[in-house]
Design a protein around this ligand. Sequence first.
Ligand code: DC
Length: 224
Amino acid sequence: MTVPVIAIDGPGGAGKGTVSQMVAQQLGWHLLDSGSLYRITAYAAGQRGIALDDSTAVAQVARNLDVRFESAVGGVLVILQNQDVSAEIRTEEGGRAASVVAADAAVRAALIDRQRDFAKPPGLVADGRDMGSVVFSSAGLKIFLTASVQERARRRYKQLKDKGMDVSLPALSRDMEERDRRDSQRSVAPLRAAEDARVLDSTDLDVQEVVDLVIFWASEVYSL
Ligand code: DC
């Protein structure tokens, strides 16, 4: 039986995480936050003193990750070897490190099956960069969610400020442009819309409007 999949890809800060969580919750489907796997890999490698550019060693870490995801109030907890690392992997530094290991073909290959295992009935919402183009290339609904760089930096700024973090908007903007460049110019699974993806620009939409549209499309495609 093929499991229905909604692939949601796009650059950082476009709102994929929040939208994917809300869509999964509303439909009662499973959720894959694939970025967290790259973040966890980079974190676990760092913990073992492995250099992020040591492709073979980092890929081995990725293959052997002892990680589980637990639903909790307000989000999902990431448990690495029985330790809650949810906060540690969500830092800006964690994002930078993730983007370095994510550019490595061996690391990406090591994480493919683990990601596909998330596709279980009644359905999966998969959030990432290559969900529609590589990991779930036969997904019935592929969305490329984007927004202007200024708007994405502003959203990330607000998110981090709300968490009490001390951040600067210009620095975030620069960081975001740099990460976009690295994610879209890497030779393996670069960030770009799959040919059959629906491009959704959320610059002038609020989260609920985006969620409603995704669910509308899903109900059309999957006759929900
Ligand atoms: O979505 P995020 O910020 O948690 O992703 C962290 C990094 O991992 C980001 O630089 C892009 C990369 N990534 C990727 O290459 N492929 C994915 N499917 C998900 C994330």
